[in-house]
Design a protein around this ligand. Structure first.
Ligand code: PGA
Length: 254
């Protein structure tokens, strides 16, 4: 996959059928021009996937993403949704390893490697989340920490498979806190992530990998963060629930 600039929404566990439909309607009304190298990916609760997918039909740069998939293929796992089910419903993207899943569902790097495998087996592109907590950042150990997350969950992949990975770097201390990483902090760690990928998979693949930033991205800070050389757009929580703000974020893509 060629490197894309991506505005990805992460609705988390918000909205209902009616407010979700309204949000998509407002988003598509006078929607900003989405350039050739841009994608808009809407990470919505599983129960809305099919409806939102239907609503965005005809908008060829818009896609839906699931927010998670099971590490298992199928079987007695009540409440879980498999990658095979997502693929069967035409879903092309899945968020894997969001910090809230790591924290509240004890998802480890090795479990996430399995989720990544299940997605890839079904031809679904993982949006793989990584990022450090505040204490790790304060100890200035974020580079090593994130490197380990990538190595343990992704670096078993072949070159062919790694080409289909999207990375989202989301420092936990910036998620939902209104505290974004500075442009310099974002660029520095994104550059590091690209280097780590390059060491493993080479310059061409690392140059083609989209690395998104997440953590309090808003309409008014998107373009300056996305403007950094190694930042290829964002994964957006709170601000993706407001149509006007998310449109501004789409417009902020370089
Ligand atoms: P936020 O969330 O934009 O509300 O900080 C980002 C995320 O968790 O993906």
């Amino acid at each position: 996959m060629m490197r894309k600039q991506i505005a990805a929404a992460n609705w988390k566990m918000n909205l209902n059928a009616k407010s979700a439909e309204e949000l998509i309607n407002s988003l598509l009304k006078n929607s900003p021009e989405v350039k050739d190298n841009h994608l808009v990916i809407l990470g919505v609760p599983a129960i809305f996937l099919e409806d939102v997918k239907r609503q965005i039909e005809g908008h060829d740069k818009y896609f839906v993403a699931a927010q998670d998939c099971s590490a298992n293929k199928n079987g007695a796992y009540t409440g879980e949704i498999s990658a095979e089910m997502l693929a069967g419903s035409g879903i092309k993207y899945v968020i894997i390893g969001h910090s809230e899943r790591r924290q509240y569902h004890a998802e480890s790097n090795s479990l996430l490697a399995e989720k990544v495998n299940r997605a890839i087996e079904e031809g679904i592109i993982p949006i793989f989340c990584c990022g450090e907590s505040l204490d790790i950042r304060e100890a200035n150990k974020q580079n090593v920490y994130v490197e380990e997350q990538l190595k343990e969950s992704l670096f078993h992949l072949s070159e062919e498979d790694f080409k289909n990975i999207i990375i989202a770097y989301e420092p936990i201390w910036a998620i939902g806190t209104g505290k974004t990483a500075t442009e310099e902090q974002a660029q520095e760690i994104h550059h590091h992530i690209r280097n780590v990928i390059s060491e493993k998979y080479g310059k061409v693949i690392s140059g083609n990998t989209s690395i998104l930033y997440g953590g309090s991205v808003k309409g008014n800070n998107a373009s300056s963060i996305f403007g950094q050389a190694d930042v290829d757009g964002g994964l957006v929580g709170g601000a993706s629930l407001k149509a006007d703000e998310f449109k501004q974020i789409i417009e902020g893509l370089k």
